[in-house]
Design a protein around this ligand. Structure first.
Ligand code: UDP
Length: 317
C-alpha cells in the first residue's frame, strides 16, 4: 500500500476485525476500530493497541456513529458470527446486520470512503447447488435459528447495493466462507476451536450428526489478503472468499489427530437444525477480479492455530 490511508473497521476487536487492523497497521495504514465488545475482546487488540496509528472506540453501531477526521475506507465486520453466539444474541445479530450496516454505510457516504461489507456463505443457507457460485441465490429457512444471521447478512447485501445505486457509495461485498486462526474464542462453538480445544485437552471430539457434512476451511491470513485486495480493487462483487478444499467433519478430525497425535474417541450428537450439509466456495471470480487464492495449507494453518490455542489453554491453567 503506497500511501497512508485511514481505515475504520467495525467489529475491529473481533476475530477477523482484529486481524484486519493488524495487517493494515503492518502496511503503514492508520486504523480506527469500533466495537461494542459483545463478542469481540480487548485482548484481541493487545498485539498492536499501543501503535500510534491505532485508535479504539468502544461503541455499539446499532446507534448512528461518527468518526472525527477523514476516512478513506470502511470495513464493516461487526456481528456475532458463530452459530452459538448468534443463537444467544438473536436480536443483537439482526440489529447489527441491519441498523449497524446502514450506520456504517452512512459514515462511508458522509466521508466519501470506499466501503467493504463482510457478507457470508450463510447467505446460501443449506445450499442445493455445489460448489457455491456467486450467482446462486441460496436456500435459507427464514424461520430457523440460523436465520437471525443469514437474513441479517442478506439484508446487509441489499442495503449495501441500495446505497451504491441510489447514493453513489463506492461499495463492495465479500462473501466469507469458514475461516479459522488465532484469536478465535475457544468457547465460540465453531468447529475449529471446538475440535482443537478437545484435542489439546484430551477430551472426546463432539461431532454433530454423523460427521459426513462438509466445510472448506480458510486460514485467516489468506482471507485478510483477499479482503484487502477487494478493498483496493474498487469492484462491487459480490466475491466469494474461502478455501475450496473441502472436507467432511470426520476427515477434519483425522487431520487434527495427525497433527496433535491425539487418539481420543468421537462423541456423536444430533445435528443442529438447518445445519448446512455441504459448503465449498467457487473462487473463480476472486481469482479473476483480485488475482487472489489461498496459499496456506490446512496442516500449516492448523499448526499455527494450535500453537496459539496451546498458549491460551496453558494461561488458563
Ligand atoms: N460441528 C461439530 N461439532 C462441534 C461444532 C461444530 O460437528 O463441536 C459441526 C457443525 O454442526 C457444522 C460444522 O461443524 O456442520 C461447522 O460448524 P461451525 O459452527 O464451525 O460453522 P458453520 O459452518 O456451521 O457456520
Amino acid at each position: 500500500m503506497a500511501q497512508k490511508k485511514r481505515w475504520v473497521v467495525t467489529g475491529g476487536a473481533g476475530f477477523l476485525g482484529s486481524h484486519l487492523c493488524q495487517a493494515l497497521l503492518g502496511r503503514g495504514q492508520a486504523v480506527v476500530a469500533v466495537d461494542n465488545l459483545i463478542t469481540g475482546r480487548r485482548d484481541n487488540l493487545a498485539d498492536f493497541e499501543d501503535c500510534p496509528d491505532f485508535t479504539f472506540i468502544e461503541r455499539d453501531i446499532t446507534s448512528a456513529f461518527d468518526v472525527a477526521g477523514p476516512v478513506d475506507f470502511v470495513l464493516n465486520f461487526a456481528s456475532p458470527a458463530s452459530p452459538i453466539d448468534y443463537a444467544r444474541l438473536p436480536i443483537e445479530t439482526l440489529r447489527v446486520g441491519s441498523l449497524g450496516t446502514e450506520h456504517a454505510l452512512q459514515l462511508a457516504e458522509k466521508k466519501g470512503a470506499r466501503f467493504v461489507q463482510a457478507s457470508t456463505s450463510e447467505i446460501y443457507g443449506d445450499p442445493l447447488v455445489h460448489p457455491q457460485r456467486e450467482d446462486y441465490l441460496g436456500n435459507v429457512n427464514t424461520l430457523g435459528p440460523r436465520a437471525v444471521y443469514d437474513e441479517a447478512k442478506r439484508y446487509g447485501e441489499a442495503i449495501v447495493s441500495a446505497y451504491r445505486r441510489s447514493r453513489g457509495v463506492n461499495a463492495g461485498i465479500v462473501r466469507i466462507f469458514n475461516t479459522y486462526g488465532p484469536r478465535m474464542r475457544l468457547d465460540d462453538g465453531r468447529v475449529v476451536p471446538a475440535f482443537l480445544g478437545q484435542a489439546l485437552r484430551g477430551e472426546p471430539f463432539t461431532v454433530f450428526g454423523d460427521g459426513s457434512q462438509t466445510r472448506s476451511f480458510c486460514f485467516v491470513d489468506d482471507l485478510v489478503r483477499g479482503i484487502l485486495a477487494m478493498a483496493e480493487s474498487g469492484h462491487f462483487g459480490p466475491v466469494n472468499l474461502g478455501n475450496p478444499i473441502e472436507r467432511t467433519m470426520l476427515e477434519f478430525i483425522e487431520a487434527i489427530r495427525e497433527l496433535t497425535l491425539s487418539a481420543q474417541p468421537i462423541h456423536f450428537s444430533p445435528l443442529p437444525k438447518d445445519d448446512p450439509k455441504q459448503r465449498r466456495p467457487d473462487i473463480h471470480r476472486a481469482r479473476e477480479l483480485l488475482g487472489w487464492e489461498p496459499e496456506v495449507s490446512l496442516e500449516e494453518g492448523l499448526r499455527k492455530t494450535m500453537e496459539w490455542m496451546r498458549g491460551v489453554i496453558e494461561a488458563e491453567g
